[in-house]
Design a protein around this ligand. Structure first.
Ligand code: MG
Ligand code: ZN
Length: 455
């Protein structure tokens, strides 16, 4: 089925026109004086226009304040007395509430939150850029395209997962992966990078090629891409965990390439970059893997930060869609957290489990890859879990890492805590203080060009 029927296309057009009018009015209110707008969060004056040519929105999926806090201590150099600042500390400007439309209560999922961030409208959990009546909403990417800008996404999940989907497609359910992948054909997005090969059939790939897309499936092939459009699918579903290949920094490579390609349009671009798997590690209550994904995302943010410094006309806005896992930096009544434990973990617990289950001498392998030696009692517990299979064994390993590092979790799902907002570049000051996630979108809409950019 094709979700966007002719009727819905007309509705979508009407929404586009009506929201253009709304944004036109709002721009006067929210675009502050050039002097203020040209000041970064650290009050460092920058030279550049008050309205950005390019907007990069970066989403750490599930990356609540506990994650950026944990990451600061994880990155701390223990040799120095000071606790070094992270890129998050450097770019922090505000906070955002994330609640979905009232029909879904207070705790959002990634689909509703991404819909809020891409359209400025709250919807139900599961919604992909449709409202509570399941009508399509105009996305930032659609508006950008209509104005003559280029668009792109670079993510570590499958490219048709909830967050990027809500920027590029419309669907009543995030679970309709095949429909969403199909819908990407009509988005005209210039850069689509991430995982998800299994959702793109050979026929669909041919259709992309016919539309002028270069299709690649290895990260190394990015070097051979010199012009948009590109569809890069680098894994069957999600990309591998960062912790299992710490030096690869795949998201940074995709982000740098996306910036190179999209900046060929002198009228500007809108790019979404997502650290998708922070959330996945959070759902598994897997602190070692979560910190690996934070590293991946932080490196990508630094790539964009560098671009913002050099280009002067690019706004970057970084936020999270919600919190995952109820992560607690310290737990069990003890005033301690031990990130040094996490640095010694050599692989993600799921990989350690696979290797230890296959090995005769599983105890030695487990201790080596964990970076510490479990006690006799813990080995007995691990032995029981090992006989139950990969997932129970991985869960047992994560619990041991939690105990060693004194990390706590309250949920395998999401929590309703506010998230942080980070920004730099022209317009960055608009995002300071408290706001709602729909405000983030509306501010970005207001910063887009006010008329169609013609070549
Ligand atoms: Mg996501
Ligand atoms: Zn999640």
């Amino acid at each position: 089925m094709h979700f966007l029927s002719t009727y819905q296309r007309i509705i979508s057009r009407l929404l586009l026109v009506s929201s253009l009018v709304v944004t036109g009015a709002m721009a006067d209110e929210v675009v502050i004086s050039p002097i203020e707008a040209n000041t970064t969060s650290n009050n460092v004056p920058t030279v550049g226009p008050s309205r950005p040519t390019n907007i990069v929105i970066m989403i750490g999926d599930g990356m609540g304040p506990a994650y950026t806090t944990a990451y600061r201590y994880y990155k701390d150099n223990p040799e120095t007395e000071e606790i070094e600042q992270t890129v998050f500390d450097r770019l922090l400007v505000g906070m955002a509430s994330t609640y979905p439309a009232s029909v879904s209560g207070y705790v959002t999922d990634s689909a509703a939150s991404a819909t809020a961030l891409s359209t400025g409208v709250k919807s139900y959990n599961g919604a992909i850029a449709v409202d509570t009546e399941k009508r399509p909403l105009t996305t930032l990417m659609e508006r950008a395209k209509a104005l003559g800008l280029s668009t792109g996404v670079a993510v570590t999940s499958q490219v048709n997962h909830a967050t990027p989907a809500a920027f590029l497609a419309h669907n009543e359910s995030r679970s309709n992966y095949i429909d969403i992948a199909q819908a990407y054909l009509t988005t005209d997005a210039d850069v689509i990078l991430g995982g998800g090969q299994q959702y793109f059939t050979p026929t669909l790939l041919e259709q992309f090629t016919a539309k002028g897309y270069q299709h690649i499936s290895e990260l190394s092939q990015l070097d051979s891409v010199h012009h948009p459009k590109v569809l890069g699918l680098f894994a069957d579903v999600q990309l591998p965990w960062g912790i299992n290949d710490k030096k690869a920094h795949k998201l940074s490579h995709m982000t740098q390439k996306a910036l190179d390609l999209l900046s060929q349009n002198k009228h500007g671009f809108v790019l979404l970059v997502e650290g998708s798997l922070i959330d996945w590690a959070g759902h598994s209550n897997d602190i070692a893997t979560a910190m690996g994904e934070m590293d991946e995302f932080a490196a990508a943010i630094e790539v964009v930060e560098q671009f913002v410094r050099q280009s002067k006309d690019t706004l970057m806005v970084v936020t999270a869609d919600h919190n995952t896992g109820g992560l607690s930096v310290g737990a069990h009544d003890k005033y301690e957290w031990h990130p040094e434990v996490l640095h010694k973990v050599q692989a993600s617990p799921d990989v350690i489990a696979t290797r230890a289950i296959a090995a005769e001498d599983w105890q030695t392998i487990t201790a080596t890859l964990l970076g510490f030696t479990p006690s006799e009692v813990e080995y007995t517990q691990l032995q029981t879990a090992r006989m139950q299979g990969n997932e129970p064994f991985a869960i047992a390993l994560r619990k041991l890492i939690d105990i060693q590092s004194n990390t706590g979790w309250t949920s395998g799902g999401h929590t309703a805590m506010d998230v942080q907002v980070f920004a730099a570049g022209p317009g960055a000051r608009l995002f300071s203080g408290h706001q709602d996630n729909v405000d983030i979108a509306n501010k970005m809409f207001s910063l887009l060009p006010q008329s169609v950019q013609t070549p």
